[in-house]
Design a protein around this ligand. Structure first.
Ligand code: IPD
Ligand code: CA
Ligand code: CA
Length: 264
């Protein structure tokens, strides 16, 4: 089985196992702090267990880097890393807001830039976004590209959850100049929507994003033709460490990037 097929199949299994849980008390059960630093909810644990059980069942030789379970070595001779955010947008999932996803990526080395495969699945409806290196990005069965024309409505995604006063001041001109700013609460799924051409730029400059939040989106955005930069406008890369926190800008093209940057 190709790596991408493994990630797609197990993403479908997550969807089957959690699709009826959103907004229920059962989803919210508290399991203490996970490796990523947030409280692990029952829905997170169920989704992660689905992945770990499947990878064990098929004897996939890898190291799993899970947001809740931490580093799990499934083999003494691993082929690479499975970077897992089994539920991204946990707050939405627990409250029943229909915007949360799973994010799974495979990397051959300890770097974002070595990611070869990524899958983001919308766990409200099962829609799947996926990419393999040099093979393009797909939405279900259709190849997808970022929006590269002048849009009818320019949609600017900005993650401002928990942003500092200083950052909010810096971002303020963007809010003032754009009528259609958006933040939906699941970073990975927002990157997928951007890659599909539904947003023109997506910005998260809070220095809070973990490797698990961004790994699959990293490849999906790039394979869809998007620019993916760090806060200094250099190509985004980072170590796959639990201490890593990144800021990033995903832009459909240089024009919108220049326009937004000139306002900050
Ligand atoms: C969170 C979501 C959210 C972002 C947070 C992440 P989680 O992931 O992606 O949109 O603002 O920084 O931690 O905790 O739901 O997996
Ligand atoms: Ca996350
Ligand atoms: Ca999560």
């Amino acid at each position: 089985m190709e790596v991408i097929e493994i990630l797609r199949e197990v993403s479908n299994k997550i969807y089957e196992n959690v699709k009826d849980l959103a907004g229920t008390e059962h989803a919210a059960g508290d399991f203490g702090r996970g490796a990523g630093g947030d409280i692990s909810r029952n829905i997170d644990i169920i989704a992660e267990k689905t992945v770990l059980d499947f990878l064990k069942e098929i004897n996939f030789p890898c190291v799993v880097l899970g947001e809740e379970c931490g580093r799990v070595e499934l083999s003494k001779e691993p082929k690479g890393y499975v970077i897992m955010d089994a539920i991204d947008g946990s707050a939405n999932a627990v409250r029943g807001v229909p915007f949360f996803c799973s994010s799974l990526a495979f990397a051959t080395e300890n770097k974002l830039s070595s990611i070869t495969d990524g899958v983001i699945t919308n766990l409200h409806n099962g829609e799947m976004y996926w990419a393999s290196k040099d093979k393009g990005s797909y939405f279900n069965q259709e190849q997808m590209k970022v929006h590269n024309k002048d849009p009818i409505y320019k949609i600017v995604g900005i993650n401002t959850s928990g942003a500092s006063t200083e950052l909010m001041k810096k971002l303020h001109p963007i809010f003032e100049n754009h009528n259609h700013t958006r933040h939906f609460g699941a970073n990975a799924l927002e990157m997928a929507l951007f890659a599909r051409g539904l947003m023109d730029i997506f910005i998260d400059l809070r220095d809070k994003i973990r490797i698990q939040d961004i790994a699959a989106g990293y490849l999906i955005v790039k394979e869809a033709g998007g620019l993916l930069l760090d806060a200094n406008l250099n190509p985004l890369d980072a170590d796959l460490s639990y201490d890593t926190r990144v800021s990033f800008i995903a832009a459909a093209n240089q024009k919108i990037l220049d326009e937004i940057m000139s306002q900050m």
